[in-house]
Design a protein around this ligand. Structure first.
Ligand SMILES: *Cc1c(COP(=O)(O)O)cnc(C)c1O
Length: 398
C-alpha cells in the first residue's frame, strides 16, 4: 500500500501532537526496520531508548505470547505469580530495597512525587502542604499536568495551566545552585543523569557525586530519572554508576519492557516507599502479570546477551567515528555509551533537515532541540552496522 494512504489516515483522524518524519514503518528486527514499501532502515532512535534490546527480540516475543495465553490482568485486588518475582529480581539487580511498578514513565514520576512528599511530612517533619521539590532547567520528565508545570519549555506548558505548586527550578549541572536552593522544606531533588530530550546534555564530571553529598548533608532525597539513561543506554546498567553513587530513588521505564509494553518502576534504595500505605496509590494495569513477565525477560536478555557492555564499547566506537568527521557544521559530539548527541552550529539551519536527508539514506534519526541530532540505536548494534551508518552520515553532514 502507498505510504501516503497511511499518512493521510493518520492526519485526518488522529490528533496532531507529533511532527513525525514521513516514513511509515511496518516491521522491525534487531536494529533494522522496514517501511510499508519494503525499504530498510537502521533505527538510530530506538523509540527514545525504549527498544534497547532491539526490535521484536525473539525471546521477549515468546515470553509475551506465553504469558498472554496464561494470564494478563487481574488487578492488584488479587495477587499474581509474576509480580513478586519481578520485584525481587529488579531489587537484587539494582541493590534496591523496594520497588513500585507502574506503566508509563510519567506515572513513575508522578508516583515518586507523591512518595517523597509523604516522606517529607511523615519522616522529615515538613509542615503540611509545604514540601518543595527541586528540579532543573531544560528537564524532561513527561507530559502530565504536574510534570509540565515544572518544565521550562514554553511549548510544553503554554495553554495548559494552572499548575501544581511545590517545585523550584535551578540550572542543570551546577551543584552550588542546588545547595543554595535547599530550604528546610526541601524534600527531594529530581534530576536526569544526562538530559536526553534536552539535547543530550552531559553534566560536568562529578556533578552527581557532589549532588548526592549535598543531599545527604541536608536530609534531601536524590531522585534520578533514568527512564532514558537507564538499562544499559549509557554503557552501565544505570548511569549513576558512572559517578559511583546510588540515588535514594531511581525511575526506570522505556526499555524495561524492551519496547513491548508500557512498564515503569520507582526503585528505592531506602525505606522511602514504605511511607505509602494501602489505598494511597494504585494503578489498574500496574504490576500486572503480562507486564511483569515481559519485563523480567527484557531485563534478562539485556544482561545475558551482554548488551550493556556492547553499549559501552560500541558507543565509544560510534562517538569516535562521529568525532572524526571533519565538518564546520559540527559544533560538538557528546554523550555516553549509545546515547550520543551531535550538536550543529546555528549556521547549519537546524538538525531536522539532516534527519530528513538521513532518512533517504536509510537511517532513522530524530533531532532533539533545534540543533542536535541524537544517535541512540538499539544496544545490539555491531561494528559493521556502525560503519554502515558512518558511511552514510558523513556525506549527509558534508
Ligand atoms: C521518556 C521520558 C519520560 C516519560 O516517559 P513516558 O513513558 O513517555 O511517560 C520521563 N523522563 C525521561 C528522562 C524520559 O526520557
Amino acid at each position: 500500500m502507498n505510504p501516503q494512504y497511511y499518512m493521510d489516515l493518520e492526519d485526518e483522524f488522529g490528533a496532531h501532537i507529533y511532527n513525525p518524519l514521513d516514513v511509515v514503518l511496518h516491521r522491525g528486527e534487531g536494529v533494522w526496520v522496514w517501511d510499508v514499501e519494503g525499504n530498510k532502515y537502521l533505527d538510530c532512535l530506538s523509540a527514545y531508548s525504549a527498544v534497547n534490546q532491539g526490535h521484536c527480540h525473539p525471546e521477549i516475543v515468546r515470553t509475551m505470547i506465553e504469558q498472554a495465553q496464561t494470564l494478563t490482568l487481574i488487578s492488584r485486588a488479587f495477587r499474581n505469580d509474576q509480580l513478586g518475582l519481578f520485584c525481587q529480581e529488579i531489587c537484587k539487580l539494582t541493590n534496591s530495597h523496594k520497588v513500585l511498578i507502574m506503566n508509563s514513565g510519567a506515572e513513575a514520576v508522578e508516583t515518586v512525587i507523591k512518595a517523597v512528599r509523604k516522606w517529607g511530612y511523615k519522616v522529615k517533619g515538613v509542615p503540611q502542604d509545604q514540601a518543595e521539590i527541586i528540579v532543573c532547567e531544560n528537564n524532561f520528565h513527561g507530559r502530565t499536568i504536574t510534570i509540565i508545570g515544572f518544565s521550562t519549555n514554553a511549548n510544553f506548558r503554554d495553554g495548559f495551566g494552572p499548575f501544581a505548586p511545590g517545585f523550584r527550578i535551578i540550572p542543570y549541572g551546577n551543584a552550588n545552585a542546588f545547595e543554595e536552593a535547599i530550604t528546610p522544606n526541601t524534600v527531594a531533588f529530581l534530576v536526569e543523569p544526562i538530559q536526553g530530550e534536552g539535547g543530550v546534555i552531559v553534566p560536568p564530571a562529578g556533578y552527581l557525586k557532589e549532588v548526592k553529598a549535598i543531599c545527604e548533608k541536608n536530609n534531601v532525597l536524590l531522585i534520578l530519572d533514568e527512564i532514558q539513561t537507564g538499562l544499559g543506554r549509557t554503557g552501565k546498567l544505570l548511569a549513576e554508576e558512572h559517578d559511583g553513587i546510588e540515588a535514594d530513588l531511581t525511575l526506570i521505564g522505556k526499555a524495561l519492557s524492551g519496547g513491548f509494553y508500557p512498564v515503569s518502576a520507582v526503585l528505592s534504595s531506602t525505606e522511602v516507599l514504605g511511607v505509602l500505605r494501602p489505598g494511597e496509590h494504585g494503578s489498574t494495569f500496574g504490576g500486572n502479570p503480562l507486564a511483569c513477565a515481559v519485563a523480567r525477560k527484557a531485563i534478562s536478555v539485556l544482561i545475558d546477551e551482554n548488551m550493556i557492555e556492547n553499549s559501552a564499547v560500541m558507543g565509544e566506537y560510534f562517538r569516535s567515528g562521529l568525532s572524526d568527521i571533519k565538518n564546520p557544521y559540527i559544533k560538538e559530539v557528546r554523550g555516553r555509551g549509545l546515547l550520543i548527541g551531535v550538536e550543529l552550529v546555528p549556521e547549519a539551519k537546524g538538525a531536522r533537515r539532516f534527519c530528513q536527508k538521513l532518512l533517504t539514506q536509510g537511517l532513522l534519526c530524530k533531532e532533539t532541540h533545534e540543533n542536535t541530532i541524537r544517535f541512540a540505536p538499539p544496544l545490539v548494534i555491531t561494528k559493521e552496522e556502525i560503519d554502515w551508518a558512518l558511511e552514510r552520515i558523513e556525506p549527509v553532514l558534508r
